[in-house]
Design a protein around this ligand. Structure first.
Ligand code: CDT
Length: 334
């Protein structure tokens, strides 16, 4: 019998700086109830879903940042109601938030997502690895993108969990631009990848038409899902937060690379799709049978080199095991 899971992306419209966590949680609960009423068993909420997207603001006082935007416990007094409602409805979810962790007596801050089971227990945790933006103040810029200031690089790696009779992995926002992140999940058998995001409509670094930014968002999602034979659920926090716009376009993408569902607003909105998890398995057995077709002996630079260095084939480079020293004059016996 086919394994089917109805999955919802619960998109959040804007949260301004003046909005309380309690107000955010109330909206998350309303979205969860709607997803449940539509038959969803798994709801994907956005990245940093409890507050405004605070990395757009330079705030010098770390105590203020911690108090206003970070969680020291999960569930916390403000989020307990969401956990209670999830358990009452028997629905699982992905939730993004800013985490302060006490690691061996040192306070560390991460951009985190958790996977919560239908019984309200925290099944898994992921801490964002790819942190975009900058750490220094850019007073001339229209807005900041200070993830490199407020967060450390996640220390938990890319993992998957057995979840609702599927293999589910988590990523966060900018991770969706890096094929390596998806491939590490796919190599562990991921059938569902859940991802929350906050993506400014304007590009901080160079002028770019908003439609082109959405185009990139869509083509990345479609190709990552297909090339890794996985369902992909990407949920936005979007709309205009204190004058700064972020795009919506929350998505559920099938392993075929087809967009199965997409949001149409930049406000609170639930989209749902009844996902046939075995569609992912079919592709994993055929076109993307990794064991049969991948050639990792030729991929070593991916882990050995961070930035690009130009090494044309007609200049010497030490060959890796499995490579021939020079491509020139190599005869093929095929
Ligand atoms: N939240 C997040 O990671 N946003 C980034 C913005 C990139 S532009 C600095 C994203 O990749 O969508």
């Amino acid at each position: 019998m086919a394994r089917r899971v109805k999955i919802a992306a619960a998109q959040l419209g804007p949260l301004n700086r003046s909005d309380s966590r309690a107000a955010a949680v109330k909206r998350l609960i309303a979205l969860m109830r709607e997803a449940h009423a539509r038959g969803a068993r798994f709801v994907v909420f956005p990245e940093l879903a409890l507050t405004t997207f605070f990395p757009r603001w330079w705030i010098a006082d770390q105590d203020e940042v911690d108090r206003r935007y970070f969680e020291t416990a999960m569930p916390s007094p403000d989020t307990q109601a969401l956990f209670d409602e999830g358990r009452r409805l028997g629905i699982g979810y992905y939730l993004g938030y800013a985490e302060i962790a006490d690691v061996h007596g040192r306070l560390r801050r991460f951009n985190t997502a958790i996977l919560v089971g239908p019984d309200g227990s925290i099944v898994g945790k992921y801490r964002k690895v790819h942190l975009p933006g900058h750490a220094e103040h850019k007073p001339q810029a229209a807005f900041q993108h200070l993830e490199k200031k407020y967060f450390e690089v996640g220390d938990l790696g890319f993992r998957v969990w057995r979840y609702l009779d599927t293999i589910t992995g988590m990523l966060i926002c900018n991770d969706r631009r890096w094929p390596e992140a998806f491939r590490v999940l796919a190599l562990q058998g991921a059938e569902i990848v859940a991802l929350g995001f906050n993506t400014p409509t304007e590009n901080l670094h160079y002028p770019e038409p908003p439609a082109l930014r959405v185009h990139h968002h869509l083509i990345m999602a479609q190709s990552m899902a297909f090339q890794n034979a996985t369902w992909l659920v990407e949920t936005a926090k979007c709309g205009v937060e204190d004058g700064f716009r972020m795009f919506g376009h929350s998505l559920i993408v099938a392993p075929s690379g087809e967009i199965a569902a997409k949001s149409t607003t930049e406000d609170d909105e639930v989209i749902c799709f009844d996902c046939d998890i075995d569609l992912a398995q079919n592709l994993k057995r055929t076109m993307f049978d990794f064991a049969a077709h991948r050639r990792p002996e030729h991929y070593r630079l991916i882990v050995e080199r961070v930035g690009a260095e130009v090494t044309p084939a007609n200049e010497p480079r030490q060959p890796h095991a499995g490579e021939t020293a020079s491509g020139a004059g190599v005869s093929s016996r095929v």
